[in-house]
Design a protein around this ligand. Structure first.
Ligand SMILES: C=C1C[C@]23C[C@@]1(O)CC[C@H]2[C@@]12CC[C@H](O)[C@@](C)(C(=O)O1)[C@H]2[C@@H]3C(=O)O
Ligand SMILES: O=C(O)CCC(=O)C(=O)O
Ligand SMILES: [Fe+2]
Length: 362
């Protein structure tokens, strides 16, 4: 059998830096919202603790995911191939991207989940629908709280602008379960002999999920206690701008927290004030990583454009208007790592000024 060599990632420019943390038990007074906005302006990324999702809802979701990924390969194939929804292994999207990952991509709503439950979990489809349905509803509530806080922190005239966009029943939100098998570097085991990681040699990490930004409004990512997520901190954030293209920051896993990632839609609506964060997952640990990722998205027909209050004389409108359906169509023509928002830039060659709030003179 010929096994393709997984692509190693060069390890330079990877540095341990603290990630911003927002404690949701301290919501009152607006301080948490201000911290969120600052984290999204600087990194497009933060972690929330004390988020209030019941532990049994989160544990139930993880147990269903483990149950699915540990099924025999032929059973998992019943939920594939990805269209893009469904079960996939190694191949991501339709344009040749690959990684050491298995995944299940589902629409994040109860009825669509129960329609697919039989193919995913034939032993107990009702339990799968119930547990996963409960999880997506709880996490949608958390997404709306966070988006509402961001709207408040940005002082929007309607603080619910983002939450209403992504929190409705007709939203195109998705749930993705990613499973990164362990490296199995143990030469004495059968698994170790076939290891997909040994072939890369040295300490180089292997790509689980290649670098990209998430296209939607915001992403809520939770994982088990295996590491792997890395976020690209822009040059200003990492070293005062002197280091070139930023630095990859490994994010220590925290199963009790959620990691929040700004998506392209939020970057466009805030006219570049909030940054959609480039991130990736690497496979280097001996332990399997399991991530449960909720992408809060607008309805397909929703019109996305920079909000008028985010545009000023010194901060001209950067993006053309588009519908979420148009954005999705464009993104499926591109590779994972491409900068999709560039397709919708008004003046792609224009230098961008740092964001300055609207002044009375504007
Ligand atoms: C290569 C691709 C996979 C992806 C669609 C795309 O053409 C470019 C964006 C990719 C991404 C990244 C974040 C999410 O995991 C995802 C579901 C999404 O909305 O955009 C995936 C897409 C996918 O796997 O279908
Ligand atoms: O698994 C991870 O930690 C990252 C996954 C991810 O970025 C994605 O599914 O879009
Ligand atoms: Fe992602």
């Amino acid at each position: 059998m010929v096994v393709a060599s997984p692509s190693p990632i060069r390890q330079e420019k990877v540095r341990a830096l603290g990630v911003p943390v927002v404690d949701l038990s301290q919501k009152s007074g607006g301080r948490a919202a201000e911290l969120m906005v600052r984290a999204c302006e600087e990194f497009g990324f933060f972690k929330v603790i004390n988020h209030g999702l019941p532990v049994e809802v989160v544990a139930g979701m993880e147990a269903e995911a483990v149950g699915f990924f540990t099924l025999p390969p032929e059973e998992k194939q019943r939920a594939g191939p990805p269209s893009p929804l469904g079960y996939g292994s190694r191949s991501i999207g339709f344009n040749g991207d690959t990684g050491e990952v298995e995944y299940l991509l589902l629409p994040a709503n109860r009825s669509a989940i129960s329609q697919r439950a039989n193919a995913i979990c034939s032993s107990n489809p009702d339990k799968f629908s119930c547990v996963v349905g409960e999880y997506v509803e709880a996490v949608r509530g958390l997404a709306c709280d966070i988006l509402e806080m961001l709207g408040g922190g940005l002082r929007l005239p309607d603080r619910s602008t983002f939450a209403s966009l992504a929190g409705g029943a007709d939203s195109d939100s998705l749930l993705r379960l990613n499973y990164y098998p362990p490296c199995g570097n143990d030469k004495d085991t059968e698994e170790g002999k076939d290891s997909h990681c040994r072939s890369s040699g040295g300490d180089a990490a292997v790509v689980g999920f290649g670098e990209h930004t998430d296209p939607q409004v915001v992403t809520l990512l939770r994982s088990n206690d295996a590491p792997g997520l890395q976020v690209l901190f822009p040059p200003d954030a990492s070293d005062g701008g002197g280091g070139g293209g930023g630095v990859w920051v490994p994010v220590p896993p925290d199963p009790s927290a959620f990691f929040i990632i700004v998506g392209d839609v939020l970057q466009a609506m805030t006219n570049g004030r909030l940054l959609s964060a480039r991130h990736r997952a690497v496979v280097s640990a001996a332990k399997a990583r399991l991530s449960t990722v909720y992408f809060a998205a607008p309805p397909l027909q929703a019109r996305i454009a920079p909000l008028p209050e985010m545009v000023a004389t010194r901060r001209p409108c950067l993006y053309k208007a588009f519908t979420w359906g148009e954005y999705k169509k464009a993104m499926y023509t591109l590779r994972l790592g491409h900068n999709r928002l560039d397709l919708f830039r008004k003046n792609p060659d224009e230098e961008q000024e740092d964001w300055v709030p609207r002044t009375p003179h504007d």
